[in-house]
Design a protein. Structure first.
Length: 161
């Protein structure tokens, strides 16, 4: 049996039919063709499938597509500027070489952006480590990721972001 779902994804209205067991991560990748949302552990542990639902980060591999009916979803593809250029946070990841293979990067970027956009943003490295702790990276050692997020947080505090 198929169910109608209607949601906004990166600002665009999407209306599709899905089975009751289709994961939101599969819907985003296979139906919408937004392959920046990666599928890693499929248990919600690695963070590679992180997206925002109604402004809050969530694991797309733990949510059925039918549960997102009516939601406003943002994926990594929605993080870039309207003209398609990289956001400041993405540019800082590039500047600090805060990515290697890139598999974890979309989830980390979305978690970091949520932190930077939220209340109580700080340049404290321990806080930044805690913010990204739900995302596993096997390549970078995290230091360059923390450097990029700390610089972005400083720009936000200074009103330049």
């Amino acid at each position: 049996m198929k169910y109608d779902v209607k949601m906004k994804v990166n600002g665009d209205l999407v209306e599709e039919q899905v089975t009751s067991r289709m994961l939101l991560s599969d819907f985003i990748r296979d139906v919408l063709g937004l392959t920046g949302t990666h599928i890693g552990c499929e248990h919600g542990v690695c963070g590679s499938c992180t997206i925002k639902i109604d402004g809050v980060t969530n694991r797309a591999c733990l949510i059925f597509a039918v549960q997102a009916n009516g939601a406003d979803i943002s994926t990594i593809e929605g993080l870039s500027n309207e003209d398609g250029s990289m956001s400041i946070l993405q540019e800082l990841f590039s500047k600090h070489q805060a990515l290697q293979c890139g598999f974890c990067t979309p989830g980390i970027l979305l978690a970091a952006q949520e932190f930077i956009d939220g209340p109580g943003v700080t340049v404290d490295r321990e806080t930044v480590r805690e913010v990204i702790s739900g995302n596993l990276c096997r390549c970078t050692g995290y230091e360059t990721i923390v450097d990029a997020v700390v610089e972005a947080a400083a720009l936000k505090i200074e009103g330049e972001l």
